[in-house]
Design a protein around this ligand. Structure first.
Ligand code: ADP
Length: 187
């Protein structure tokens, strides 16, 4: 495990399954229909049970899905986590279509939504790096930069952000980017 402190909060990078984390909220890399899919989305719905999909359907009926860069919350169903924050990452299109800004917004909005529900510990997957094709190193850089900025702007609001990767190699890539939690030099 690799970790860093940012403004009194802890950021951890580890290899593991997000669905078994004992945290207040886990973040789901959903798609804009909110009606379930493969990858981490499928794993969360399988582990959490039908209640989560039921709540997603109610959100869709109310607001018609979720746009890329936005986030909504349901309860955690059978998961240990009390909440699931569903966010929709950008589809990688080469990097010139504001993918970085949208991915950063996923992280910021997910933390906002979790904080609004009183969550102090939040686990994230590597949003957009599976079916959506975002390169792992660029995703790590953008995501950690957004997380670091959020934590510095709201010191003490969240105790822990844990990033779960499926492979050791992916955790190494994220660890190499951990310096991006801190502001750029000279800023
Ligand atoms: P996206 O459509 O946003 O790319 P995916 O679910 O396809 O979402 O993949 C996002 C990341 O989640 C990938 O790096 C994938 O390896 C990872 N992943 C898949 N299942 C799990 C899980 N159970 N726990 C943590 N990460 C997971």
């Amino acid at each position: 495990m690799r970790s860093a402190e940012v403004a009194g909060s802890r950021v951890e990078i580890l290899v593991g399954d997000i669905t078994v984390q004992d945290v207040d909220a886990i973040v789901n890399a959903a798609n804009s229909s909110l009606l379930g899919g493969g990858g981490v989305d499928g794993a969360i719905h399988r582990a959490g049970g039908p209640k989560i999909l039921e709540e997603c359907r109610a959100i869709v009926a109310r607001q018609g899905g979720c746009k890329a860069g936005e986030a909504v919350a349901t309860t955690g169903g059978r998961l240990r986590a009390r909440f699931v924050v569903h966010t929709v990452g950008p589809v990688w299109q080469g990097g010139l279509h504001r993918e970085g800004a949208v991915l950063a917004r996923c992280w910021t909005r997910s933390l906002d939504v979790a904080q609004a529900r009183g969550c102090r510990t939040v686990a994230f997957p590597a949003i957009s790096t599976g079916a959506y094709g975002y390169p792992m190193d660029a995703a790590a850089r953008e995501s950690l930069r957004a997380a670091g900025t959020w934590l510095r702007e709201r010191p003490g609001e969240v105790d822990l952000i844990r990033v779960l990767l499926m492979k050791e190699r992916d955790a190494e890539v994220w660890s190499q980017q951990i310096g991006h939690l801190l502001p750029p030099q000279g800023a």
